[in-house]
Each structure stands twice: as structure tokens, then as C-alpha cells.
Ligand binder design. Structure first.
Ligand SMILES: [Zn+2]
Length: 551
């Protein structure tokens, strides 16, 4: 039966109902969800009055029932979690496409809407599940969007973390943070998301729903904030998408502002590392949008998320040519920069204040149990600390060269579908190489000793490279990501994530007795004497090479 607030009821009953609802918490009838059409399912959270979240198997029951009620949706599994749970995805478009080539042929934007990569962060997932029903319900205004956009929904990226405890946990079943795994791709759930959804469909926009940020806002947002992705991919969020979300949320009494929090002087934003989903998407030349729910308030939180996801879809349909043009331009620019090669790779960065002052709200007082009153304070003319500024740049090479032993590093690159080749004949090449001043280790997520290299100087040298040496051209659509992963001073490179441990020479390490050095009579190999060099070389000029594609 349609769930609607507009059915006529006796005045007395309505008053009693309103009073009871007020006592029970948020006033559900005030939230203007679309009516549920005949035959369409409701989520477990809707059924229990948003007192408990829709659990993983309840979600699957709902998705299957939704699929059974409509011809406007495809439902599938894009992978399995560590504990074997099925990861759902749904496709919505009209005509209903079944694969990426078909979607690309429609010439429309492709948008991925995701949630719950942190298992305990569930609020926006409930709104996204309801949005899926409205997308699939013929005749709704939401459903009309499917004439102009292809939508892929992945409503639960981390069901293992969701189901790990009553509150859910941030990491996966092993406690590993999946939203810090986007470069190393060691977790099967995130690796499957990248392989089967992101790399397959190449979305123009990717939206990722979390819980975090600051009240009194109902939603915090942020787009890519590393300096290397094309800046316009972030500016379109700051100048157009976020103001549209502000207006849409305000129409129902909600507030939105940047992630993450501030004081009377400045507002700080989230991290810039490529390992974070929203930044990773920027390195892929797409628009990566983070949503955070600052409270766990279930129904109003779900509604704020619903409205924000919906606003992104509406914006993308109203500005389809521009959104697609921007992403195309970022891809073309990436290839052109590699082909030159031209420009520089920012291997270290920091945030500076944006040039414009900002106004926002902060909450003061109201400490738990100390009896102070909570005040919402208006801050004016403060600094927004989100402008990415490079603090160390290295020239972009035409290609990076990795030793033939670097199988694990290449496997990591290939998980992103970065294009890699191998020499099929030896080559003598003039290359740039970094000397190593120091090697240090630090704990990083599940890596007990991630490797940091302190680079000394840059040497230009003639080097013999044997058959099998890996070549990674930067003139490819994923060239920005490739450069970030192959420059040894970035936060997220193949050396840092321990795929090259055996081949990075350490100061003070001597040759083992009994033939530890390569045999000079055989093929030339890497130098183990002389200056210690980072075993990733940079080929600075376009160079014909006898190489073949690595499958
Ligand atoms: Zn999160």
C-alpha cells in the first residue's frame, strides 16, 4: 500500500498520532519520501521505523524484491568479500543497458553511487536503498532521469565490516580500512570494485557515502583534493554541485558544508592521499564526491543522503555535455602530458587557504554530562584550508622503467588496468635515476613496515636493460595514477606499499658470500655497486622500444 502522508484521517487520530510520533523521536510523517508503488518493497529500516539499519541479507531480500517488481533495473554481484559475502550492484538506465560499451554508446554520463565502505557508517546507505526504488519505479520524477544518465548503484562496499558487530566496524573483517586501500588494492572487496565496476564502467562521477564530519550540518562533502588530478574536476563540485546540494537540502531544512570540521579561524578538510576513494577517482580523471553524515540520526540522515545523491544525478543530467566534456578533457590532457612529455608530478603537497573567505557554523559547549548549553556559532570570514599546493615537483617522464623482477609492482599497476609493456629485446637507454640517501620504515594500515625512500640527487646515465624489463608509458588515460604510483617520493607508490622490497638497495648492505652478485658474463643486470639507485628509472624522451603489451 502506498505510504503517504496525504491520506485523509480523523483530526483527533492525527493529533494523537503526531503526539506519539513526537515522543518516539523524529517525526516520520514530515519526511516527504515518495509513495511506495504497488508491488514495490520497502527496506527493513523503513519497516522498523528507522530504529535499526537494513542488514546485509535484508538488503539482498529488498534488492531481489525490487528487481522482481520492475523491468527498469539489472541486479548482479561484482565480487565477494573476504568472508564470502556477495557485493551487490544494480544498473539503471532507459534503454536498460547491460554492459559498459552499451552505456558508452548512449553518449550519456555514467554515475556510480556507493555507500558503506566503512562498515559502521550506514546512514546514507539507507537513503541510497530508497533512491534505488524510486529510480526503478516507472512514472516517478526520479525514474525520468534514466532517459539521460546511466546509474550504477553499489549500496554496500563493506558488508563484512557492517556485520562485524552490532554497531559495525570501520574496517573489513580483518579491521583494514578499505577507504585507504584504493592504491594497493589488497582487499578483495575493493579490488573487485575497482576491477569490475570502476575500471569496467569508467564512470564520469563516483559518489561515496560515509558517516563523519561536523554538526550542525546534516551532510558534509568534498571532491578530489590532491594537486595532481585536473583542478576543474574539483571546481565543478565547489562552484556548482555543492551549491546545488546546499539549496536542495535547505528546501527540507537540512544544512550542508565541507567535510570535516573547523574553529573560529579556519575550516579543515579531509586528506589528499590517492588511497582515499574520492582522490583516487580524481587520479582516474573523473569526479569523485565524498558525502559524510555527521550524525547517526537514521531517517533524517537517510533523507539528507537521498537528496544529495539525487541532486548529483539531476545536476549530471542537466549538465551532461559539460560533465562528459570535462572528463574527456582530463583524459586527453593526461595522455598529452605523457606523450610530450610535459609538466611535473607533485610528489609532495600541503593545503593552503583558498583565496576567498568563508562563513560556516560550529557547535560550541554542550559537553556530555557537564551541563553546559550547546550553542551554534556563526563564523564569518574564515579560511577554508583546502587549496592543494605542491611542495615538491619532479618532471614527468615519457615512461617509467621497472626491473624485470618487479612482478608484484606490475601486478599492483595492472589491478588498476594501467597499461604496462615489456622489452622483448635488450635495450641501452639514457635514463634518469634517483640516488637513495636513506630508507626508513613506518607502520601504515596493515603494513608493518611501509618503505619510505629519501631521494638524494638525480643522475642521468646510460643503462642496459635486459629482455623482460617493464615499461610503463605515461601517455595513457591512467597516466596520472601511473606517475603517482611510480614516483618513489609520493604517499602511495609501489615502493611504499612494499612491492619492491627485494630490489631497493639499502645503505650499508653488503653482498652475501658465494655469488650474491649477478654473473657479469650473462645478461647485463641491475647495478649493485656504485651509488645506490631507486630501481625505477625514468625515460625522459619519446623513444622507440622493442616492447610488447603485458596482458
Ligand atoms: Zn568513512
Amino acid at each position: 500500500m502506498p505510504r503517504t502522508a496525504s491520506l485523509p484521517r480523523p483530526a483527533l487520530a492525527l493529533t494523537v498520532l503526531a503526539a506519539l510520533t513526537l515522543l518516539a523521536g523524529p517525526v516520520r510523517a514530515q519526511i516527504p519520501w515518495l509513495p511506495v508503488a504497488d508491488g514495490f518493497p520497502t527496506t527493513a529500516a523503513e519497516q522498523n521505523g528507522f530504529r535499526a539499519h537494513t542488514r546485509h541479507l535484508e538488503m539482498w531480500d529488498y534488492l531481489r524484491a525490487l528487481r522482481g517488481a520492475t523491468t527498469e533495473m539489472r541486479l548482479g554481484t561484482y565480487g565477494l568479500t573476504q568472508q564470502g559475502r556477495e557485493l551487490p550492484f544494480a544498473i539503471f538506465s532507459r534503454p536498460l543497458v547491460s554492459d559498459p560499451l552499451e552505456a558508452q554508446a548512449l553518449g550519456r554520463p555514467i554515475v556510480v553511487l556507493a555507500a558503506n565502505v566503512h562498515g559502521g557508517e550506514r546512514t546514507f546507505r539507507e537513503g541510497l536503498l530508497i533512491l534505488m526504488r524510486d529510480l526503478a519505479t516507472p512514472g516517478t520524477r526520479v525514474n525520468q532521469l534514466l532517459d539521460e544518465v546511466t546509474v550504477i548503484v553499489t549500496p554496500q562496499l563493506n558488508p563484512d565490516g557492517f556485520e562485524a558487530s552490532a554497531q559495525g566496524q570501520r574496517g573489513n573483517a580483518w579491521g583494514i580500512d578499505l577507504n585507504r586501500d584504493y592504491v594497493k588494492l589488497e582487499d578483495p572487496a575493493i579490488a573487485a570494485l575497482v576491477a569490475n565496476v570502476v575500471a569496467e564502467w569508467r564512470p564520469h562521477v563516483f559518489v561515496d557515502g560515509h558517516n563523519g564530519g561536523s554538526r550542525p550540518y546534516n551532510l558534509n562533502y568534498q571532491c578530489p583534493s590532491h594537486v595532481d588530478p585536473m583542478l576543474e574536476l574539483t571546481l565543478i563540485c565547489d562552484r556548482e554541485i555543492f551549491p546545488a546540494i546546499d539549496r536542495r537540502l535547505a528546501s527540507e531544512g537540512y544544512r550542508a558544508w565541507y567535510y570535516t570540521g573547523g574553529n573560529e579561524q579556519e575550516w579543515q578538510v579531509g586528506g589528499w592521499q590517492a588511497r582515499i576513494g574520492r582522490n583516487y577517482v580524481g587520479f582516474l580523471n573523473s569526479i569523485g564526491i565524498l558525502f559524510e553524515a555527521p550524525t547517526q540520526q537514521q531517517e533524517s540522515g537517510a533523507r539528507a543522503g537521498y537528496l544529495a545523491y539525487l541532486t548529483v544525478l539531476e545536476f549530471v543530467t542537466q549538465n551532461a555535455e559539460r560533465v562528459m566534456g570535462l572528463v574527456d578533457r582530463a583524459r586527453e590532457e593526461t595522455v598529452a602530458m605523457g606523450a610530450g612529455p610535459s609538466g611535473e608530478v607533485a610528489v609532495q603537497m600541503e593545503y593552503a587557504p583558498e583565496e576567498y573567505p568563508v562563513d560556516y557554523l560550529v557547535i560550541r559547549g554542550g559537553g556530555r554530562g557537564n551541563g553546559t548549553r550547546e550553542d551554534t556559532v556563526q563564523v564569518r570570514g574564515a579560511r577554508l584550508m583546502k587549496k592543494p599546493v605542491a611542495t615538491r615537483l619532479r618532471p614527468r617522464p615519457w615512461a617509467y622503467i621497472l626491473p624485470r623482477d618487479a612482478v608484484a609492482a606490475v601486478a599492483m599497476l595492472r589491478r588498476h588496468r594501467i597499461h604496462v609493456e615489456r622489452l622483448v629485446a635488450p635495450a641501452t637507454l639514457d635514463v634518469d635515476a634517483y640516488t637513495i640517501d636513506d630508507v626508513t620504515y613506518e607502520q601504515a594500515y596493515n603494513h608493518a613496515a611501509a618503505m619510505r625512500i629519501e631521494v638524494g640527487d638525480v643522475r642521468t646515465l646510460e643503462q642496459n636493460f635486459p629482455t623482460g624489463t617493464y615499461i610503463v608509458p605515461t601517455a595513457q588515460p591512467l597516466g596520472r595514477l601511473a606517475a603517482h604510483m611510480l614516483e618513489p617520493e609520493t604517499d602511495d607508490n609501489v615502493i611504499y606499499w612494499n612491492t619492491m622490497d627485494a630490489w631497493v638497495p639499502r645503505p650499508g648492505v653488503r653482498a652475501a658470500g658465494g655469488g650474491g652478485l649477478p654473473n657479469a658474463d650473462r645478461e647485463p643486470s641491475l647495478p649493485f655497486t656504485g651509488p645506490l639507485l631507486v630501481p625505477i628509472y625514468k625515460l625522459m624522451r619519446p623513444t622507440p622500444l622493442t616492447s610488447a603489451v603485458v596482458e
